[in-house]
Design a protein around this ligand. Sequence first.
Ligand code: SAH
Length: 373
Amino acid sequence: MNVTPPDKIDLLGLSQDQMTSILVDLGEKPYRTAQVMKWLHHRSVTAIDEMTDISKKLRAEFKLNAEIHEPEMISEQVSADGTRKWLLRARSGSAIETVFIPEGTRGTLCVSSQVGCVLDCKFCSTGKQGFNSNLTAGEIVGQLRVAERQLAGVYSARKRAVTNIVLMGMGEPLLNIEQVIPAVSIMMDDLGYGISKRKVTISTAGVVPGIQRLKETTDASLAISLHAPNDALRDQLVPINRKYPIAQLLSACRDYAENLGEKRTVTIEYTLLDGVNDQAFHAEELAALLADFPCKINLIPFNPFPGSGFRRPNAANVRYFQEYLVNKGFSAMVRTTRGDDIDAACGQLAGQVADRTQRSARYRKIAAEGGLI
Ligand code: SAH
């Protein structure tokens, strides 16, 4: 299927700066930005004519050249533990997944950035789907807008349902960075969703030039998917490591965190795979690797999916791994598996990626030519 780029401007994907520049070009006063963005993100309007306090002239202009395009909801599944998963239609026709995970007062929304993924991390089900297309900034923000609307009836109006966002759904955010940057900016903007920069986390398998670019453009939190304490093993599990080995990756992360200041640190994600990277000597090697690297460590027991070829680690190994790190002075948490009865756990998001092989090959070629992978 061919994806035609949207010929109209998608209002949902415009950051405050982009919105202002468009409005000023149209001869409007800069304060219009606040009006329009509040209609879009606070009041969740679906049609341009619903923005009743902006001029007829501007609405007519918008109707000609712009649109409010929210990904359409195909289905909603609710897990026994309260986790929700939505299947949403992307512009390309494929479907993506977005997951909401409630935990006490916190509500984390796990957002997708691409339809499929080119990176082929060996234990990730999205990777097995191949790649179809990038999401637009509006489609990335749109996932939050849909979630807030769906949750409005479930949570009281006073209490915010979504308090945290992680770009840990389908896709590699830093291979779609030009769309991810405005999307994240809207999520953190008070005229958008007003979520604290500490609570919006971009997760990457390790696209080093992307981390460098992020440093110039955002102050969101950063997580990296490490999964191995040495290059030999990481080369196998996360193939992009062959291009950007661990030392380069950690150095880019250190730069990013230093730029943020305020004692903010990078999160290390480590998926524990039975017999592969979950042994005592791996924990020792990881502790040595990260000895001078300020970070929080999230241990994720592998979530199996059909044909993965990996097994869930045994509970004793997970406990030992965590305790070892904690005894070495690290902050190390085990992420409990949520929503696995609806296949909503980490690495189980598959969506419905149409026509993937041909596009994968083409996109890999583009990313490789651009020097990214
Ligand atoms: N591409 C980004 C974001 C998506 S994956 C990244 O790699 O960071 C989000 C996290 O889930 C990553 O740390 C990923 O490695 C992990 N993950 C993927 N598949 C998994 C699985 N089957 N079980 C547990 N964690 C998994």
